[in-house]
Design a protein around this ligand. Sequence first.
Ligand code: C5P
Length: 228
Amino acid sequence: MKKIVIAIDGHSSCGKSTMAKDLAKEVGYIYVDTGAMYRSVTLFALRNNMFDNHGNIMADLLESRMQEINISFILDKETGRPETYLNGKNVEHEIRKMEVSGRVSQVAALGFVRKALVEQQQRMGKDKGIVMDGRDIGTTVFPDAELKIFVTASADVRAQRRYEELKAKGDDADYNEILENVRQRDYIDSHREVSPLRKADDAIELDNSNMTIAEQRKWLMDRFKERT
Ligand code: C5P
């Protein structure tokens, strides 16, 4: 069967990664969560005190140390799912916390950060057989992807899902703070100068506000079968 590239983009917390992960597992493709990469750079910046007193990223400082950032994904032995490693340490849990979520969009708006991560993403997908999720996969990383999906859902539904996810992991979660964060990231992500979040012209749009995970899984599998 021919191998393809699948690009899944969309708004924050709309369940893209669950859909993408499930499909990759089912069809034996590599799964790459590009949001985890931007989150890892943000965590590196936080750990190295690269935000000023107003919470703004000190871009020059980060740029001078980009070479020190090494992001990789390693399959977890128990779940079989890829987990994110920053300089050899598992950061999968830490990068999902609100402290990172609240700052990641300003880091992701920096051109030099995007350039470095996009290059790494393109290398990961050069042999195809990959499902990648993010904001600019169908528009910038793989404009020739054979299957492009643009996922969205109402902000309330997305905040509720993220709230439940954080609670399930035992993390502190405040619904209103999450809703505000989801809205703010949507705004910054779609208004930045470099590769803003937008639906690629040839992407299929999916509003999954009222769909179960099983329904989404089937819908995506059907789209995959049409292309392979
Ligand atoms: O997908 P996730 O919500 O974890 O992504 C976190 C943030 O990383 C997004 O809000 C966005 O600012 C940034 N991002 C991006 N481009 C991507 C993936 C994520 O700018 N391809």
